[in-house]
Design a protein around this ligand. Structure first.
Ligand SMILES: [Zn+2]
Ligand SMILES: [Zn+2]
Length: 175
C-alpha cells in the first residue's frame, strides 16, 4: 500500500498516525516462497519536522511459515519490525532526487509500505532456518528424524558405491 507524503511534508510539526494493512501473502527470497502465516497491521506515524522533511516510523509483526533447513519440519519465522527513517525532500531537486533514488520503496512522494517492510525483513532474515539451535536433522540413509532418536544407520559412508565395495571387503574378512 502506498502512503503519500506530500501533504504532511508541507505542514510544520505535525504528526499523523494510521494503520495500514500488509498486502503481500507470500514472502519471496532467493527463489524460496514463505507464506505469511500471521501479520499485524503496520502502524505508521508520519512526523513533519522542518521544511519538506518527514520522519517515518513504522511497527509491524509478521510471522512467516518456513521449513527447518536440517529436518524439513515446519517452523514459524517471526519478525518484529521497527522502522525509523527520515526522508528529506528539501534539497535542490537534482540532489534530493539522487538520494531518494537509492530508496527502493520511495517513488516520488509515495512511500510503499509493503516494500519497506519487505526490505526490513530481508535484513532480519536468518542465514539458517532451524527448528531449534541443535537440530540433528534427518538421516540421509533412511530419512528418519534424528531428533526422535538414533536410527542406527551407518552414515560414515557417503557414496553408495563405496558402501558396496566396503561390504565386499567385510565379506572377505569374515571368510
Ligand atoms: Zn530441524
Ligand atoms: Zn537412518
Amino acid at each position: 500500500m502506498q502512503v503519500n507524503l506530500s501533504e504532511i511534508m508541507n505542514r510544520r510539526n505535525e504528526t499523523v498516525s494510521q494503520s495500514v494493512p500488509i498486502e503481500f501473502e507470500v514472502y519471496k527470497r532467493c527463489g524460496v516462497e514463505y507464506p505469511v502465516r500471521e501479520c499485524s497491521e503496520v502502524n505508521v506515524t508520519l512526523c513533519s519536522h522542518g521544511v519538506k522533511r518527514v520522519l517515518v516510523k513504522a511497527d509491524a509483526k509478521v510471522v512467516l511459515s518456513a521449513v527447518c533447513d536440517r529436518c524439513l519440519k515446519e517452523v514459524e519465522l517471526p519478525f518484529d519490525i521497527h522502522h525509523e527513517e527520515e526522508f528529506d525532500f528539501s534539497g535542490d531537486e537534482h540532489e534530493s532526487a539522487e538520494d531518494l533514488d537509492e530508496v527502493s520503496y520511495i517513488s516520488g512522494y509515495d512511500l510503499d509500505i509493503d516494500g519497506m517492510i519487505f526490505e526490513d525483513m530481508l535484513l532480519d532474515f536468518p542465514t539458517k532456518v532451524l527448528c531449534r539451535e541443535d537440530c540433528k536433522g534427518i538421516c540421509r540413509v533412511c530419512g528418519a528424524d534424528l531428533n526422535q532418536g538414533e536410527c542406527g544407520c551407518d552414515r560414515e559412508v557417503l557414496d553408495p558405491r563405496m558402501a558396496a565395495i566396503r561390504d565386499i571387503f567385510n565379506n572377505f574378512k569374515e571368510v
